[in-house]
Structure formats: C-alpha cells, structure tokens
Design a protein around this ligand. Structure first.
Ligand code: HEM
Length: 411
C-alpha cells in the first residue's frame, strides 16, 4: 500500500478544524477513557478477590467496589466514544480499513460489552448484602464472566489500533494467498506487551483510586481506623507491585517495536511517561499520613491521571511516527475546511453544558457522600443555581439546534 493510496482513502470533505485540535482532544479523551477502564477492571477484580471471604473488611471493600465498577463501566463506555470520534476523523483511512478487516469482531464488540455489563449487574442484583459476611455470595460465575468479557472487548480495541499501523499487511489479510475473504472474521494483529501494559496499569491506577477512597471515607467519618489502615496497605501494594509490572510490560512493548522505529523507545515522551508513572508510585510514600489526614489523599490519583495523559500522548506520537516515518502518511496535510460554527458549538457545548452539568452532579454526589447517616442532604443555594443554569443551557442548546437546522433547511 503506497502513500498515494492512503491519501486517496481520506474523506474528500477534509476536516472542519486543524488536525492538531483532533489529535489533542483524542489524547485527552483517551486518557479519560483508559482511566475509567482501569477503575472498572480494577474494581471488578477486587470484588472477585475479596467477595468470597468471611472477613468483614474484605466484604465491605467488595461491596464498595461493586458499586464503583458498575459506574466505571458506564463512564468507560461514554468516554470511549470521544476518542473514537477523533481517531476516525483524523485517521479514517487506517481506522476504517482496520474495522472492515475485522468487521465481525467490531459488531461483536458491542454484544460482548452488553453481555459483560449485564453479567456485572446480574452479580450485583444477586448480592445486595455483599458487605455482610453472614450472607453467602451467589452467582460468582457472572463476576468472572463480566471480567473476562471486558478483557475481550479491550483486546478487540487493541487489535483495531494495532492493525491500522500496518498498511503493508492489509492486502494479505484481506486476500490471503490472493483469494479475497471479505467476511472480516479474523483478528489479524496484536502485541501482547502493548495490550498487557494497558491492562497492567489497572493495578497502580486502582491503587491510587483506593487512596482517594480511603481519604473520602476518613473525611466523612465513615470508617474505623483498622479498615482505613487495611485499605491503605492494599492500595500501597497495588500501586508499587502493579507499577513495576506495568513498567516491565512497557519495556517489552518498546523492545518489540519494528526495527525502523526502534529509536522511539528512548524518545522524550517515553521518558516523560516513565518518570510520571514512577512519581505516581512514589507519591504516597513521600506524603505518608497526609494521604489520610488531608486532601492530599486525592493527589496520587490526580498525578496518575497526568501520567495517563503522557501515556496517551506516547501512543499518539508513536502512531504519528509509524504512519509518517514508515508509510509516508502525514496527518497534518489533511485538507482543512474550517467550519467556525461547528468549532464554536463544540467547545461551547463542552465547556458550558458539560462543565455546568458535571459540576452540579459531582457537587451533589460529593456532598451526599459526606452527609452523616440518617440526615437528609439539601443542596445549598449556590449548588441549586448551578443545576438551574445547566437546565437553561440545555434548553437553549436544543432551541439553537432546531433554529439553525430550520435556517439551513429554508435557504
Ligand atoms: C469496556 C471495556 C473496554 C476496555 C477494557 C477497553 C480497553 C481499551 C484499551 C486497552 C485500549 C488501548 C488499546 C491500544 O492502544 O493498544 C482502548 C482503546 C480505545 N478504546 Fe476502549 N475499552 C473498552 C470499551 C470501549 C468502548 C465501549 C469504546 C467506544 C465506545 C472504546 C473506544 C476506544 C477507542 C476509540 C480507543 C482508542 C483507539 C485509538 O485511538 O487507536 N473502548 N480501549
């Protein structure tokens, strides 16, 4: 596949903003997606590890993580859509080809995800008293199924990402031995080091999440000292051991890069990612008891999120280097047909509607969590105003949608 062919596969409409805008948004939203994936996988794995015990502390954590995992799946799915939009705008010749080559799996992806989500909910519905060691745990198989299905879904995403980087193999995959096979039944390419790295990051990210969970409980006087200590020890172990394992996988991934791109392994973005991951692992030790007694308890997760942005950037720079350096395709030459209305609408929606609605929900959820048992939480006038403003903004958005649609239609 020569570079002219790749350029010919581009959308003739061009892109509505400079490619850098899509690349940056792709990096940021992928970091959010993968952070939610990590909490989802880590939460589910912790339930699996702790639920089948008679120990009250383990059972309490298992119950909390069931709720966390349930919510994290929906966050991971919603935040998966955003990088999907950006990758298919900037890298459409590669992304769509990769999808068509494994079309059966791309459709199956949705079914497997639905099955995984339902399996997790099934486990939840069967175990409403998970925190009570007197109650036997039921339908453990559904928890195992949920975790396995989530991993398969992630693996499909990995394969699609991997296949798009090898245009020179597409013809062989599409027509093995010269005979066309259009069914899209196969997953053609993967790198277990790369996939393993993204999955192994689950442990340190969930460790950092547990530090935040512990601080949250302590600030709301919702747990006794032994439980907080136990959660802290577990969080440290997950962060330290998991951090080392993830770095080993990153090393394996970098060592298995194709020879013509091997120099990438020591590029500044890789070194920055490693440094930030190491710093995230070291932070709780540096902060000591302050992770429990002050808001610095949220710092490991915040720093972990920054490290994940660096990792997402690493992934994007590698893709750019492979496609440009090896295949002569430069995403920055994509024809730009600037569409100011779409640009302003997108960023205004994101900042104003997204900002106010999220601020309202998060503020309410946060405050409810800190309300002592038995008391009813009433939002303050300031929080009420944010909620009202977000409703008005959504209303205004819907009105402009129809007004602009009508004007365009009437012209
Ligand atoms: C719930 C289970 C999921 C898991 C475990 C998962 C995991 C992953 C992993 C590990 C990657 C990185 C692959 C790599 O770079 O090698 C990834 C990438 C990605 N995922 Fe997910 N994912 C899940 C669900 C979703 C969903 C539901 C969507 C979309 C609606 C989605 C959209 C994406 C996109 C767009 C990328 C990046 C593609 C690219 O930029 O090349 N994921 N996912």
């Amino acid at each position: 596949m020569n570079s002219e062919m790749l350029y010919a596969l581009r959308d003739v409409a061009g892109v509505p903003s400079h490619p850098i805008v899509f690349l940056v948004l792709g990096v940021l939203t992928f970091a959010l997606h993968i952070a939610a994936v990590h909490v989802m996988l880590g939460g589910t794995a912790l339930v699996l590890a702790k639920a089948f015990s008679r120990d009250p502390m383990r059972r309490r954590l298992a119950a909390a993580m069931t709720t966390t995992a349930k919510i994290a799946v929906s966050v991971a799915v919603v935040l998966g859509v955003a990088p999907l939009l950006f990758v298919q705008v900037t890298y459409d010749p590669f992304w769509y080809t990769s999808n068509v080559l494994s079309a059966w799996w791309v459709v199956g992806f949705i079914l497997l995800l639905i099955a995984g989500y339902m399996a997790l909910y099934f486990f939840y519905s069967r175990n409403h008293h998970l925190d009570d060691p007197q109650h036997a745990v039921r339908s453990g198989w559904s928890l195992v199924a949920a975790l396995a299905l989530f991993l398969v879904v992630g693996f499909i995403m990995h394969v699609l990402t991997q296949q798009m980087l090898s245009p020179e193999k597409w013809m062989e995959w599409y027509a093995p031995g010269g005979v066309i096979d259009p069914r899209g039944h196969s997953l053609h390419d993967y790198n277990l080091w790369r996939f393993g790295f993204f999955i192994a990051l689950t442990a340190p990210v969930t460790g950092a999440w547990l530090f935040a969970y512990r601080r949250y409980l302590h600030a709301g006087h919702k747990a006794d000292a032994p439980y907080l200590q136990w959660v802290g020890r577990l969080a440290s172990r997950m962060l330290n051991v998991g951090g080392v394992v993830a770095l080993v996988f990153l090393g394996g991934w970098m060592a298995t890069l194709p020879a013509n791109i091997a120099g990438f392994a020591t590029s500044p973005i890789v070194l920055l990612s490693v440094a930030l991951l190491l710093l995230t692992v070291a932070l709780p030790t540096l902060l000591g008891q302050r992770t429990l007694n002050s808001s610095l308890g949220y710092a490991p997760f915040a720093l972990g999120a920054v490290a994940l942005i660096a990792v997402a950037a690493l992934r994007e720079v590698l893709r750019y280097d492979v496609l440009r350096g090896v295949h002569g395709y430069d995403v920055f030459t994509y024809p730009v047909h600037m569409d100011w209305y779409s640009n302003v609408l997108f960023f205004a929606t994101f900042a104003l509607i997204g900002g106010s609605t999220l601020a309202y929900f998060l503020a309410v959820a946060w405050k409810v969590g800190h309300t002592p048992k038995g008391q009813i939480y009433t939002p303050s006038p300031a929080i009420d105003r944010i909620g009202t403003a977000s409703m008005w903004l959504i209303g205004l958005w819907i009105v402009q949608f129809f007004v602009v649609g009508f004007i365009v239609w009437a012209r």
